[in-house]
Design a binder for this molecule. Structure first.
Ligand SMILES: O=C(NC1CCCCC1)[C@H]([C@@H]1CCCCO1)n1c(-c2ccc(Cl)cc2)nc2cc(F)c(Cl)cc21
Length: 233
């Protein structure tokens, strides 16, 4: 039916988002590194800060390709990036964790992250989220649009014109809803489950600064970009 069909404009929007998403991937495959070796808490923390710094730079490039984003107020663009960077990092970590790989690799990866230096009390919420993302078996279009929807969240701190952000987010939500029905016709509530993960993601992201501060090591060093983007140091 017309209502459900992805129209030409939405197809162009989706192509722009997915192309940008694929162009802006983390250069270094952190999963491969973790599968190769066991690292000390210090080395893992350094790996995380390096990966996260590179991911923020990648996220900025991706966001600039979201149709309409550059037409937003300049300060609101910054507020949206700053407000979504931690969530985007956990979402990307979950997508990396959920990549199709042999079970023993997933088990090693889980073990390495569990033993990376993060206090145990954060492991349950973190892996619950990673596994709930994995169970969705998102196609890359869904992953890309879900990341765009996370960035275009109107109620981030200091956003002056949330309505303008809401209009962009609604456009993305429309495309995602149709895509979910097309890609997962058997699962009635797939779209609702997908959006439910964004709530779980926001909750997990609240632990972020505490996870970093209590990393089993002394003297946590961050890059200048992460000091800007993460509320640390
Ligand atoms: O570097 C990571 N993630 C990057 C971030 C940028 C985008 C690409 C993925 C981290 C590091 C790797 C070294 C050990 C500690 O976790 N990481 C986290 C994680 C993220 C936030 C905090 Cl506070 C703690 C851990 N969860 C992961 C799950 C995974 F499957 C893999 Cl491979 C790595 C994962």
């Amino acid at each position: 039916s017309k209502k459900l069909e992805i129209n030409r404009e939405q197809r162009a929007l989706m192509k722009a988002i997915v192309d940008a998403y694929n162009r802006h991937q983390i250069p270094e495959d952190v999963a491969k590194k973790l599968l190769q070796d066991q690292y000390s808490p210090e080395e893992n923390f350094l790996l995380l800060t390096e990966m996260a710094t590179s991911q923020v730079q990648v996220l900025v490039e991706f966001t600039k390709n979201i149709p309409g984003f550059l037409s937003l107020d300049r300060e609101d663009q910054i507020a949206l990036l700053k407000g979504s960077a931690v969530e985007a990092m956990f979402l990307r970590s979950a997508q990396v964790f959920s990549r199709k790989m042999p079970t023993e690799h997933t088990d090693v990866l889980e073990e390495r992250v569990r033993k990376s230096g993060i206090p145990d009390e954060f492991m349950t919420p973190m892996f619950n989220f990673y596994k709930s993302i994995g169970e969705l078996h998102m196609v890359q279009e869904e992953q890309a649009i879900l990341t765009a929807i996370t960035i275009l969240t109107p109620d981030r701190p200091y956003v002056k014109d949330p309505q303008a952000v809401e209009r962009l987010q609604e456009t993305m939500l429309d495309v995602l809803r149709k895509l979910c029905v097309l890609q997962h016709p058997q699962e009635q509530q797939y779209f609702a489950r997908l959006l439910g993960r964004l709530t779980e993601l926001r909750t997990l992201s609240h632990y972020h600064s505490e996870m970093l501060a209590s990393w089993r090591m002394n003297d946590h060093k961050f890059t200048p970009l992460l000091c800007e983007i993460w509320d640390v140091q």
